[in-house]
Design a protein around this ligand. Structure first.
Ligand code: NAD
Ligand code: MG
Length: 329
């Protein structure tokens, strides 16, 4: 059973004298910075001066500095820019500003786990990763609540790294609901696996394949859309709130029997073998290498695949239906 930390396990006192530089003011950056500021911590923002977020951060009442200056002023440098640019920014703006006893913070383990960033041995390396998008991290905090978070310590130079991470998690609102300790490797490997196999990659292919099967068999596009995409949300909502058995209890006996006898023909032994291979590819660092190479080339493969997805028939049908049903404004 994972160890879960709550309010009484974390203390903001350890952060009271410290300056936290949040690098980046996007989804996570703006949410975490505002929550920590409202929790009474000293937070400054590091951004490219010409970037679009600088004005927003100033309007929200923050002092904004160029990234290297913010890193120089800070005791804790919390890196919340996109993962694929972190290494370049770290090397050019942050590395020279590290002094013994400073802390480097992340919300995802990618760059540390795959050694895109290799910090010196005299800093703490910590992770505070809220398990939710920035908008929700901010919204729930304002409602006096929080989203669950993961914390991890990769390097504990000061001997206080875990208490610092827990303090930041508390300031973000997460100890109100529960903070789980993990490692950079576990967080990163499971995150990449999940988004590739299940959450993003697996589910979109399942939707497209089942939709195409119905359309090719001559059924109306709209009927196929409702059946293979729209209703998926209703089923996932049931699973989310009641578990698998709770979902089975809520559907018809015909659906129970059909689903339970046919599911394994779709996610077959071959699919499970593919999952294992994908996990091995992630763990070996080969996926990270492939993705960083793709970035260096300007993401030609990603852009082509996104264009293809945009042009899929299910997108055209979906746009009409979502408008009709008032789902998409
Ligand atoms: P984002 O894309 O919203 O970040 C945008 C910010 O980064 C902006 O302020 C932008 O000015 C700055 N930025 C972009 N490119 C830059 C560059 N080349 N140099 C300097 N600054 C640059 O990022 P995000 O989605 O908030 O992700 C930040 C971190 O949080 C990542 O490590 C991500 O994995 C992690 N994370 C994100 C979420 C999420 O819901 N988005 C959830 C959990 C963890
Ligand atoms: Mg993910």
């Amino acid at each position: 059973m994972a160890k879960i930390y709550y309010e009484q396990d974390a203390d903001l006192e350890i952060l009271k004298e410290k300056t936290i530089a949040v690098i980046g003011y996007g989804s996570q950056g703006s949410a975490q910075a505002n929550n920590m500021k409202d929790s009474g911590l000293k937070v400054i923002i590091g951004l490219r001066p010409e970037g679009a977020s600088a004005e927003r951060a100033k309007q929200d009442g923050f002092e904004v500095f160029p990234i290297s200056e913010a890193a120089a002023k800070a005791d804790i440098i919390h890196v919340l820019i996109p993962d694929e640019v972190q290494a370049d920014v770290y090397n050019s703006e942050i590395a020279q500003q590290l002094k013994p006893g400073k802390a480097l913070g992340f919300s995802h383990g990618f760059n540390i786990r795959f050694k895109q960033i290799v910090p010196p041995n005299f800093v703490d390396i910590i992770m505070i990763a809220p398990k939710g998008p920035g908008l929700i991290v901010r919204k729930l905090y304002k409602e006096g609540f929080g989203v669950p978070a993961l914390i991890a310590v990769e390097q504990d130079y000061t001997g206080k790294a875990k208490q610092i991470a827990l303090g930041m998690a508390k300031a973000i609102g997460s100890t109100k609901v529960g903070v789980i300790e993990t490692t950079f490797a576990e967080e990163c490997e499971t995150d990449l696996f999940g988004e590739q196999v299940d959450l993003c990659g697996g589910v979109t292919e399942l939707i497209k394949a089942s939709f195409e099967t119905l359309v090719e068999a001559g059924y109306q596009h709209e009927i196929a859309y409702f059946e293979t995409l729209h209703e998926l949300k209703l089923i996932v909502d049931l699973i989310y709130s009641r578990g698998l058995y709770g979902m089975w209890s809520a559907v018809s006996n015909t659906a129970k029997y059909g689903g339970l006898t046919r599911g394994k023909k779709i996610v077959s032994k071959a699919s499970r073998r593919s999952m294992k291979k994908i996990l091995e590819y992630v763990k070996s660092g080969k996926f990270a290498e492939e993705w960083m190479k793709e970035n260096k080339k300007g993401r030609p493969k990603l852009n082509a695949l996104l264009e293809q997805e945009k042009g899929h028939l299910i997108e055209k049908v979906g746009k009409e239906i979502r408008k009709m049903a008032g789902i998409e404004k």
